[in-house]
Design a protein around this ligand. Structure first.
Ligand code: CA
Length: 670
């Protein structure tokens, strides 16, 4: 039986839903506001509401509205109102009366606000075209024939430029990446020029949508957060703008950043966190359709696969529709070139595949990858989870390889436990697994691979190859914590001594040589190339700048390391053998060479991928002594990487054997 609601002149009756699963899907766009100078149309999805009210305000913080208006129920579960007159520059919020709401009822800008006031509490009515920087209509993503060419650099706005040594004017802001000619105190390039120098093809920016943990009205407090606490998914974060009170400022400055990176030949990947919200009681999801957007257990308690108190339900049609439209919004309005899905395993495979399909229709080179794990077990059956083991059911979608990461540096759960880089045997097969890009390969013994019993990637480009990211320690800290100084019989914890900077640098170079010669997509965390540390802090998500900020003085001190990274990236870009795209080609051309424990060596043979070099040999030696490796066949090889130096023109010649210096990598070709 349906109760007829006649209040406020609305004649459409409220349907009786047995559960939130019966809610209809909103027709047309999920967006709530359509502005024109003559009138503004509002449309909020809230199927179970008894009534919905709209308030228009002069500012984001004013207490009394200019006007209030009741919305009318529609058949698709949405509520609509047309407000005549020009609302440009004004703010709005909805208030929903829903009997399922177990929390205090609050104002909400809706779930798909595209412009907001300070702290994102009210929506803003703006003309999106007025936020376009000059030349925006001709902005386009830098050319890239195939995703295998990607070299990804993860960056936090505040880490990257907040320290005065960055020489940047707009420190910690989106605009920092629009400034050219910025220099460290020693006169070395910082900011966007440094990214160009490094040669990376993509930057992956940590959450840059509007998040909740930084109070935008108190920016002088200089608080820091990674931003994994979404409030408004479709608006840039205010604390990274020069004026969070002006709704257009964050939007325009974000676009200026994208435009500037694009002009520098660098694509932009957004870190998206659809898997959970900042909290549940105050979230826009709860305040519009309580109970719908989150998974719950049978007893009604919230799922917590995110480890943050809630998990969203991507398998429900309106959540899926929301995610699809949100991704499309960032691509079309902000020209974003790729997406990194936080805790992707919380979502569901059909949703991820639908996103891939939508992106393919726009541009197949838009990257899509994520974390193939969750913090706790998601409340969705395992066969539907986008976990690493199910990646084969998601062509064109990638996942991070913890196999390679932990085989190099040691396990996630113990910062003091080392692995290959610490000179410990037993990690060789896991490193092989990472080098081939997590695909099936006859010379990878899966019984000896650390976490996976089966290869999980269909194609090597589905594996993200890395040794560190924003999570956990910097590589430098990790090596200090896990590698015993030479001659020390005590464990690291007991001795309190750490390895010297020279050894640190050697191991850093060795680690990234494996990453940058892997057939997966290589991924670097900002500041590793400068040998930055985080003073040993593991989870620095809200640590102060003194822990997280990059000190650009390090660049002069560790220029050799920086040059090494740049040299390897250039080598990778110049040689298709390192990015073969197709699993079959990897199996045909990549051949491992048997070498002693604590070393891994392979050959890319027969002009792999059309490479100008006939054969390339890569040797990684984690021992504290030199190793001698027999080279395949008798012709002489030319070394292009040895002992921490990259020179594509050639360093020296090797016949029959190569002697690889302690804790270093060698790359040779003929
Ligand atoms: Ca915010």
């Amino acid at each position: 039986m349906a109760a007829t609601v006649t209040l406020f002149g609305c004649q459409l009756s409220k349907p009786n839903y047995e559960s939130v699963m019966d809610y209809p899907v909103k027709s047309g766009s999920v967006q709530e506001v359509t502005y024109s100078p003559a009138s503004t149309q509002f449309s909020l999805w809230s199927p179970n509401a008894d009534s919905v009210q709209l308030s228009i305000y002069e500012s984001a913080e004013s207490t009394a509205p200019i006007c209030r208006q009741w919305l009318k129920r529609q058949k698709d579960g949405s509520w609509q109102a047309l407000v005549k007159g020009d609302l440009l520059g004004q703010f709005y919020a909805f208030r929903v009366w829903d009997p399922l709401l177990q929390y205090e009822q609050e104002e909400t800008p809706g779930i798909f606000a595209t412009a907001v006031g300070v702290n994102g509490r009210r929506g803003a009515i703006i003309d999106m075209r007025s936020t376009d920087p000059e030349g925006w209509s001709s902005d386009c993503r830098p050319a890239m024939s195939r995703v295998a060419n990607a070299v990804i650099y993860e960056l936090h706005h505040r880490d990257y430029s907040i320290d005065p040594s960055s020489g940047v004017e707009h420190r910690g802001k989106f605009l920092a990446l629009t400034e050219h000619g910025t220099l460290s105190p020693q006169g070395l390039a910082t900011g966007i020029d440094h990214l160009k120098q490094m040669g990376v093809t993509h930057v992956q920016i940590l959450p840059s949508y509007d998040y909740g943990s930084i109070d935008e009205t108190r920016l002088a407090d200089n608080r820091y957060n990674w931003g994994y606490d979404p409030i408004n998914y479709n608006v840039p974060e205010g604390s990274y703008s020069t004026d969070p009170y002006d709704p257009a400022s964050r939007i325009r400055e974000f676009k200026q950043m994208v435009q500037s990176l694009h002009k520098a030949g660098i694509r932009v990947i957004l870190d998206v966190v659809y898997n959970h919200t900042y909290d549940v009681a105050h979230s826009n999801f709860t305040q519009t359709a309580p109970g719908y957007f989150y998974r719950t257990r049978e007893d009604g308690s919230l799922g917590n696969a995110s480890g943050c108190g809630n998990e969203t339900a991507s398998e429900r049609p309106m959540v899926r529709k929301f995610m699809l439209e949100s991704v499309r919004w960032w691509v079309e309005e902000y020209h974003i070139d790729g997406f990194r899905f936080d805790l992707m395993a919380i979502h569901d495979i059909p949703t991820m595949n639908a996103i891939r399909q939508m992106l393919d229709e726009i541009d197949p080179t838009i990257l899509l990858y994520g974390e193939g794990w969750a913090a706790e077990t998601p409340l969705i059956e395992e066969s539907l989870r986008p976990i690493k083991a199910n990646i084969a059911a998601m062509p064109g979608i990638g996942a991070f390889s913890d196999e390679l990461r932990d085989a190099l540096r040691g396990p996630f759960y113990d910062d003091h436990q080392g692995a290959f880089l610490a000179g410990l045997p037993g990690n060789e097969q896991s490193i092989r697994f990472g080098i081939v890009g997590a695909i099936e390969h006859p010379q990878v013994d899966m019984t000896k691979v650390n976490y996976s019993q089966q290869p999980w990637a269909l194609q090597p480009t589905q594996m993200i190859s890395y040794v560190s990211c924003h999570d956990d320690m910097m590589l430098t800290d990790r090596l200090r914590a896990s590698v015993k100084p030479e001659g020390s019989r005590k464990s690291k914890v007991e001795s309190q001594k750490t390895i010297c900077d020279d050894e640190l640098m050697r191991l850093d170079m060795l680690a990234q040589t494996v990453v940058l010669t892997s057939q997966g997509l290589p991924f670097l965390w900002n500041g590793e190339e400068l040998m930055r540390d985080k003073k040993g802090v593991h989870n620095s998500y809200c640590s102060p700048d003194s822990i997280n900020a990059i000190d650009w003085n390090l660049k002069a001190r560790n220029l050799r390391l920086c040059d090494y990274y740049a040299g390897l990236i250039a080598l990778r870009k110049a040689h298709p053998a390192f990015r073969l795209v197709d699993a079959e080609l990897v199996r045909r051309h990549l051949e491992f060479i048997d070498t002693p424990e604590c070393t891994v060596a392979f050959r890319l043979k027969d002009n792999a991928g059309g490479d100008a070099w006939k054969d390339i040999v890569v040797i990684a030696n984690a021992k504290r002594e030199a190793v001698k490796v027999e080279l395949p066949d008798d012709e002489p090889y030319t070394a292009v990487v040895a002992n921490g130096v990259v020179n594509a023109e050639g360093l020296f010649r090797c016949e029959k054997t190569a002697v690889v210096a302690p804790q270093s990598a060698m790359i040779l070709h003929k």
